[in-house]
Design a protein. Structure first.
Lengths: 250, 152
């Protein structure tokens, strides 16, 4: 097959793939807009952190169109907290243990801060748990809806993989080395694009699956102790909860 | 169980305190600890959720007054970081005038309650203590106070 025909074919395949991608992307946008119109309400706010996204499967599609199963929204939850504690190191360790009990893990830790990741479904519970470790003096919680970004990546990845398959089939039919090299170059380009898209998908999926909480600890400042009077009755120093509760592990 | 606990205390107190015999009743659903866990206490008992009650008797040969010992104990607790919540006059079941002191303490974000009933009886000072996590103490508070006032 003449070289210029091969090149024309490759160019046509790329153009068609791009058009198909755009057509599919536009279909997704159109579906989303129709969902919003049919529900007769403003754009759906991001779900409450930690709670499952609202079930939209009952909306009524416009006449003549089938109701596609509606996926829950994809949301990335993040939180930033400042905790007032008596012992920063102990508080950091308690926070780490709590994250592990929630099925999460520590991402970063210093003497006065910790970044933990917990399953998104346990975000609320983890935030409440921080209140048991210290006094929350500052708090910021974000819920970022990344549904469209996620769907866009999924579509682009699917199209790239389909294009790769077509190019590999074309490579098998190349009649000479020059043509083969041209197609191979295109296959490599598409493979690199696929790897890039898969990396982006994995990163986004990870952010959706696991919420990120950054906790900064500040230490309570004890008032300067006045010179204490110590009476000559040693038993006075045995009073208090530490002694009383010593056998139950205070 | 309650009577057994009191009886055990009486026998122990006779052995430990010589002539003076001191005892204290227990609130419902508190169990006395074994002798090896008494330490410096004459009575020591615990609830299932970790609230403790205890009785100690300390010598008072110079006859310090109830006012003196109440102030000394209050100052001692303040020095250890306890927050005074309440201080009230009480009378024990045997008619002794005493003082009931209530404190709170924060530790690692958890609130604890600490209560003392102080009585001056002859050459001894009786201090009945109770304490634990505030959420565990609160539902039992009335019964605990009642038990502390049985100190004699």
């Amino acid at each position: 097959m003449p070289k210029h025909v091969i090149l024309l074919f490759v160019a046509a395949v790329v153009a068609v793939a791009g058009c198909a991608e755009e057509t599919r992307y536009n279909a997704v946008l159109l579906r989303n807009r129709e969902m919003e119109k049919a529900a007769s309400r403003p754009a759906e706010p991001a779900p409450t952190p930690g709670k499952p996204a609202p079930d939209l499967t009952l909306f009524k599609a416009p006449a003549g169109q089938s109701v596609a199963a509606v996926e829950p929204r994809k949301v990335v939850y993040t939180g930033s907290f400042t905790l007032l504690v008596a012992d920063m190191k102990a508080a950091a360790e308690r926070t780490l243990r709590m994250a592990e009990q929630m099925g999460g893990y520590m991402q970063h830790m210093t003497d006065s801060s910790i970044v933990i990741r917990v399953p998104a479904a346990r975000f609320d519970e983890t935030v409440a748990g921080l209140g048991n470790i210290g006094t929350v003096t500052d708090k910021e919680v974000k819920a970022q809806d990344v549904t469209e970004e996620y769907e866009d990546l999924a579509i682009r990845l699917k199209n790239a993989k389909a294009l790769q398959e077509r190019l590999v089939a074309l490579l098998a039919k190349a009649e000479n080395v020059k043509d083969a090299i041209e197609v191979e170059r295109e296959v490599n380009r598409v493979r690199t694009e696929i790897e890039k898209l898969e990396g982006q998908m994995n990163r986004l999926s990870g952010q959706i699956a696991y919420a990120t909480l950054s906790v900064r600890f500040t230490q309570t400042r004890e008032a300067p102790r006045e010179l204490k009077v110590s009476l000559p009755f040693p038993w006075l120093r045995e009073l208090g909860l530490e002694h009383l509760l010593s056998i139950v592990g205070m | 169980m309650h009577r057994t606990a009191v009886a055990v205390v009486l026998v122990a107190a006779m052995g430990l305190a010589g002539c003076a015999i001191h005892s204290m009743g227990l609130p419902p659903d508190f169990v006395g600890v074994e002798k090896s866990y008494l330490g410096s206490y004459l009575v020591r008992a615990v609830s299932a959720d970790g609230v403790m009650v205890a009785l100690r008797a300390e010598p008072n040969p110079e006859r310090g007054t109830l006012v003196f010992w109440t102030a000394a104990i209050t100052n001692q607790m303040a020095g250890q970081g306890y927050k005074a919540v309440k201080s009230e006059d009480v009378t024990s079941d045997t008619g002794e005038a005493g003082r009931l002191l209530t404190f709170s303490m924060q530790k690692q974000g958890v609130t604890f309650s600490y209560i003392l009933a102080v009585f001056v009886k002859g050459n001894d000072i009786l201090i009945a203590e109770a304490g634990g996590k505030a959420e565990a103490v609160e539902p039992k508070l009335a019964e605990i106070k009642k038990a502390l006032l049985t100190s004699k």
